[in-house]
Design a protein around this ligand. Sequence first.
Ligand code: SF4
Length: 243
Amino acid sequence: MKHYLRIGGVVELSTVDIPQRACSVVFLAGCNFDCVFCQNSTLIPVNSGELIELTKLLNVIYKNILIDSVSITGGEPLLQPTLIPLCQELKKSFYVSVDTNGSLPRVTSELVNIVDRIALDLKCEFSRYTSITQTSSNTLENVMQSFNIINSSSVVDFEVRTTVVPELIMKDDIEAISRFLASHSFRGVYVLQQFWNEGDVRELKNITSPTRNKLIELAEVSINQGVQKVAIRTREKGYELIS
Ligand code: SF4
C-alpha cells in the first residue's frame, strides 16, 4: 500500500534546528492551531502544501550526503497518519527529530518510542493559551499530557521551546513557563527562540525580532526560576547553550 504525506517543502541543509547536527528539515502541512504569531501560516490549512508519496520523499532525503539527521516540522506533523511510517523509515539511517504543538498526546506516546528527539512548544503563560493559539479550551490539557509523556520517557531527547515575540510573549510568559518546568522535574533543554518577522507572518507586521541580548536576558530569567538547561536560538548565532 502506498503512503502519502502533505508537505510544504524540504530545506536541504540546516545547522540550526538540531543542536550539533546537520539536518534536512521537512515541513508537513496542516495545523490544528492558529497562533497569532505563526511564521508558517500558509501551512495551517489542512489542504495546503503538496501531496507526495512517502518513498519519493525518502528518496529526496537519502540523496543528501551532507546530513546526519532529519527534523520534521510544520504545521503540526502529528496530524498526518504517515508521520509514523516516515519516522520508522528515517530512523534506519538518521537521527530523527519531530516538532509538535503538543495537542495530540496519543500520537506523542507512539512517537517517543520511535524518534530520537521531540521539540515541544510551550507557547505562552498558560492562562493565555486559548487566545494565543486561537483554539478550544481543552488544548492546554492535551499539551500538558504530551509534556508528561515526553518528560517521563528515558529514551527520547527533549526540547521545550518558546518563541519570544516582543509585546506579545515576553518576561511574564518565560517566568511562568520556567516555574512550571522547574516544578515538574523537566529533564530536557528549554530553548528561547527568536521570532522572525518575515515570510508568512500575518498579524504582527510591525513587530521586530527580539535581539540576541534580549534572549540572553530572558534565559537568565528562566535560570533564576530554577530551569537547569537553557539555550537560545537566533539567526545571528544559531543554537547557544546559556546554562
Ligand atoms: S502550532 Fe506552529 S504551525 Fe501551528 S499555528 Fe501555531 S505556530 Fe503555526
